[in-house]
Structures are given as structure tokens and as C-alpha cells.
Design a protein around this ligand. Structure first.
Ligand SMILES: O=C1C[C@@](O)(C(=O)O)C[C@@H](O)[C@@H]1O
Length: 519
């Protein structure tokens, strides 16, 4: 695991002026790029000349790719001038820049033999924009063969994908391609094309410059500090959060450093998934070793599992799926339930101890209380069943009353109309748990109930952990109610998940520290 691979991290620089390009190069270097792509087609008219190439290359501080894409995902509407393009690329070649990148169409039209003959050290990247949904492996192989025939040293596929499943053929061709291959899939679903690129043999990965997010590209800083792709290789096991939305998750900053600390060859990536069944059918290989399951997939994920742990089965939701190495079967677990309930119990015990009470070790402090639950989705189910096992009386509020009623029936509880939540006043000692996404970033100003209504509760818990201190928790604390943050549940569910993922122990102190540093 400490053997580093030679992954090259590149950042595309799309700037309008020479000065901006030079400043961005400096920034890219500071953020850890190995190579910069100087996207000449992005320059404003006065800078669109081969003379500017001289000035840029004189002032460059990192190896560079000089590209002039007449047609690409990002410059499609801009078009560009063919003659200028040729002049710019030729000049870059004369100046012996590390890489020159040209469109496939250009490579087909120019006399490539002349370009190849005239270069000293420059490697020529030929890129092609593939924009037809989910390309098959066969189609990609054909495209690559045509591109290879141009004499390219490196081939680049610039893809536009709609779904994460569209990326699977790309990983297949990356693994088998004989020429150095770069695959760049833009758009939010494309992220793992970069993060898993080096594992599958990609020649180069792209990262975006701080403050200039590009959908589908990880930031340079996250590549250097979180994912550290230089430690991944063909044997690296892939883990990920299957969710939508997914970007809010602290999973990557938690798991990746922990894997390295434990000497475990794994990577954990966000997986923006729309159709969970299609996802598991597509990524069925042993490389994809384990998954966290987030909103809204926790219930549907059960159907994707070959076996489900009895507790998860009774809850009807999984938040953890592990691919059993022996036979490749998917085994589902629920670590949310234990995580949330133990966090609430510990807060109640702590409070009792600090008020000089003697905790009764035999029964749960949740027992006999009214447990008011908001939300009847995957997380809500885990809480409802957990509270029921501990002897609470469950009352459920959910926007979709039918779902509330169905869950209430399963836990011998009661469902009430969502509109009644505000005026609901439970008996003393009640716990309020929000298991809906209300209050989650970017809607962090929202809360499911008013501050006034919170006075009726003894403890308030929120599954939402981004932000750490949700509006609900802030207001509960303001009226003197004990609060338990979703961060505590997040850490605890991850401890259980890490043990299931790796079969080893979870370094709790480190994992807590990693999460706390984020808030
Ligand atoms: O609910 C959560 C949170 C989570 O989805 C995340 O990383 O945000 C990860 C899941 O395992 C967990 O059950």
C-alpha cells in the first residue's frame, strides 16, 4: 500500500487572458497539479494567437498540455478558428511542450506524419467527444481504434454521461486498452470516471481548481488530500455511497484516510445513483466491494441484496451492503438502527449521571417513553424499530400519511396527520426524532417544527448531520431541551460499516477526529 503509482493529476485551465492563465498555473501548482492543460480555445480574441503560446510556455511552472479544442463538451458553443488552432498547436510543438492535444477531426485532416516527424519530445494527445448516452464497449473500442490510427501517442475520450451506469463500459476499455488512455466524463454522474481512473489504468486524471468547480471533476485539493489516488492500483477495492443527493456526505473524508491508516487497500467514492437496481446489475464485479446506502435508496436496496441480516430484514431497510468475497453475493445490513438508538441512550444516561441519578443498567432509558418520529423512509424505519425494541411507544408523522400508517402498524404504534405535528403535545419524557431530510444543506434554515412545540420534549434528535447543528437542534437547545446530533449517529453507523467492509476493527478515535474536523 505504500508503493505509489505514477498517476498524473491535471487541471484544465480555461482562462480568457494571458495573465489569468499564468495566475491559474501558479494556483494549480499550489493545489498539487502535476500538469496543466492550457485550453487555448477559451482565450479571448486578442490572446488567440500562436504568439501567446510563446509567452505562456515561457512563464509556465508545470508541465503542460496545449490544447485547442474546436469541439468539446465545454467549448461546443464557442467554436473556434481552424487556422488559429493549427498555428497554436504547431507552435507548441516547436517549443517542445510536454503535450499537444488536438481534436480527432483535426488529427484526421492534418498531415499527422508531419506533426509526428517534427516533434522532439512532445506527446500528441488526440481527443474525441463522445456524446451518445451509454456507449457500448464495442463502440468505444471502434472509436479508439480509429483514433489510434491517427498515430496518437495518447487517446482521450471526452464523454457526456447521464447516469453513473453509463461509465461501466469506460472502465472496461480503460482496463484493456493498449495505448495510454484518458477518459473524462463530464457532468455530476461522471465523478467516478476520475476517482477510479487510475485503478482501471487511466493515464491521467483531471481535477478542478479551487473556486472553479466543474461538474464531474473532483477538486485538486480533494484528489491530493482525501483520495490520494497515487496509492490506488488494480487491486484497490472500491467502496462508495449510493445516494441521491450524494455530495453532502462526509463519507469520503472519513473512509479514505481511515483505509490508509489501517493499511487497507480501498477507496471510498460518492456514487450519484438514480436507479439502484440498474446500478447493482451494472457494477457486479468483485472490484466493487461494499456500499453505504443513503437517501432515498435504503428500502429499495433490500431488493438488490442476495441475503439480508435479520435485523435489517425486520426493519425493511439497509444502509450497508457488502459483496461477500467467497461468492460475490450482496449481503445487506443496517447499522443505522444501533447507531441512532445507542446515541440517544448514551445522551440520556449521561444526563442522568450528571444530575447524580443512578442509571439503571438493566432497562433502556428509552423504555416507556413516547417516541415521536418525523419521517417514515429508510432512516425512519431504523429508528421506529430500534425504539420499539427498547420499549417505547411510537407516534409517527410523515407527509405521506399512508407510509406513516404502514410503518406505525408494523411497530404497533400510531400514525397522525403531518399537519397535527405542530400542535402535538406528548406526555412528559417524550423523545422527538427527525428522520426526514428537512433542515439538510442547502435548506439548513428549515425545521420540521416550531421552537415553541419543542418545549414539550425531553430530548430532540436529528438524523440530519449537514449542518452539524441543524435549525431543529439549535432551537431545541434554546428552549433547554437535551439534543443529540446526527453527527453522532453518522460516526456510529460508520464504525459498524467499516467493520463490515474490512472484516477488521474500526479505529474509533481517528474516525471521530476525522469527522469532527469537518465541522
Ligand atoms: O444515512 C447515512 C448517511 C450516509 O448516507 C452519508 O454518508 O451521508 C451514509 C449511510 O451509510 C448512512 O446510513
Amino acid at each position: 500500500m505504500d508503493v505509489k503509482n505514477d498517476v498524473v493529476v491535471c487541471t484544465p485551465l480555461e482562462c480568457e487572458s494571458l495573465e489569468e492563465m499564468v495566475a491559474s498555473m501558479e494556483k494549480a501548482k499550489a493545489e498539487g497539479a502535476d500538469v496543466v492543460e492550457l485550453c487555448m480555445a477559451s482565450m479571448a480574441a486578442p490572446y488567440l494567437s500562436h504568439q501567446v503560446v510563446d509567452q505562456l510556455l515561457e512563464r509556465k511552472t508545470l508541465p503542460a498540455i496545449v490544447s485547442f479544442r474546436l469541439k468539446s463538451s465545454r467549448t461546443l458553443s464557442k467554436g473556434g478558428c481552424y487556422d488559429t488552432c493549427l498555428k497554436v498547436l504547431k507552435r507548441a510543438l516547436e517549443l517542445d511542450v510536454e503535450f499537444v492535444e488536438m481534436d480527432y477531426e483535426v488529427a484526421c485532416e492534418v498531415n499527422m506524419a508531419e506533426y509526428l516527424h517534427n516533434r522532439s519530445n512532445t506527446r500528441i494527445i488526440v481527443s474525441n467527444y463522445v456524446n451518445d448516452g451509454r456507449p457500448s464497449v464495442e463502440k468505444l473500442v471502434d472509436i479508439i481504434a480509429c483514433m489510434q490510427a491517427t498515430g496518437a501517442d495518447v487517446i482521450k475520450l471526452d464523454l457526456c454521461v447521464d447516469y453513473i451506469t453509463d461509465l461501466a463500459p469506460i472502465f472496461t476499455v480503460l482496463t484493456h486498452c493498449q495505448v495510454p488512455l484518458i477518459a473524462m466524463a463530464v457532468g455530476n454522474s461522471g465523478l467516478i470516471s476520475q476517482l477510479l481512473g487510475p485503478k482501471f489504468g487511466g493515464f491521467l486524471v483531471y481535477g478542478s481548481l479551487g473556486g472553479k468547480p466543474v461538474p464531474g471533476l473532483p477538486s485538486l485539493v480533494s484528489l491530493r488530500q482525501v483520495y490520494k489516488l497515487e496509492y490506488t492500483n488494480a487491486d484497490t477495492k472500491v467502496f462508495g455511497l449510493v445516494s441521491n443527493p450524494v455530495a453532502h456526505s462526509k463519507g469520503p473524508i472519513l473512509y479514505n484516510p481511515t483505509f490508509r491508516h489501517m493499511g487497507y487497500n480501498g477507496i471510498y467514492v460518492p456514487m450519484l445513483v438514480d436507479d439502484i437496481e440498474e446500478f447493482f446489475e451494472t457494477y457486479s464485479g468483485s472490484d466493487f466491494a461494499g456500499f453505504s446506502v443513503g437517501i432515498p435508496h435504503k428500502e429499495a436496496a433490500i431488493r438488490c441484496c442476495d441475503e439480508v441480516h435479520p435485523i435489517a430484514k425486520s426493519i425493511g431497510a439497509v444502509n450497508t451492503i457488502v459483496r461477500r468475497p467467497m461468492d460475490g453475493k450482496l449481503i445487506g445490513y443496517n447499522t443505522d438502527c444501533e447507531a441512532a438508538i445507542s446515541a440517544i441512550e448514551d445522551a440520556l444516561t449521561e444526563r442522568k449521571v450528571s444530575s447524580k441519578g443512578v442509571p439503571n443498567s438493566t432497562s433502556s432509558l428509552i423504555s416507556g417513553r413516547t417516541f415521536v418520529l418525523i419521517g417514515a423512509g429508510g432512516a425512519g424505519r431504523a429508528l421506529a424499530f430500534g425504539a420499539k425494541y427498547k420499549g417505547a411507544r411510537i407516534v409517527i408523522f410523515n407527509r405521506d400519511y399512508k407510509r406513516a400508517k404502514a410503518l406505525a402498524d408494523e411497530v404497533s404504534g400510531e400514525a397522525l396527520l403531518y399537519e397535527a405535528l405542530e400542535m402535538f403535545r406528548p406526555e412528559t419524557g417524550a423523545i422527538l426524532a427527525n428522520a426526514s431530510a428537512i433542515g439538510m444543506e442547502p435548506n439548513s434554515h428549515q425545521s420540521p417544527v416550531s421552537k415553541e412545540a419543542l418545549r414539550a420534549y425531553d430530548l430532540v434528535f436529528d438524523v440530519v448531520y449537514t449542518p452539524r447543528n441543524t435549525q431543529l437542534l439549535k432551537e431545541a437547545a434554546e428552549v433547554g431541551v437535551t439534543t443529540v446530533s446526527g453527527v453522532e449517529m453518522f460516526v456510529r453507523q460508520a464504525l459498524g460499516q467499516f467493520r463490515l467492509f474490512t472484516g477488521g476493527s474500526a479505529p474509533e478515535d481517528l474516525m471521530r477526529k476525522l469527522v469532527m474536523e469537518q465541522f
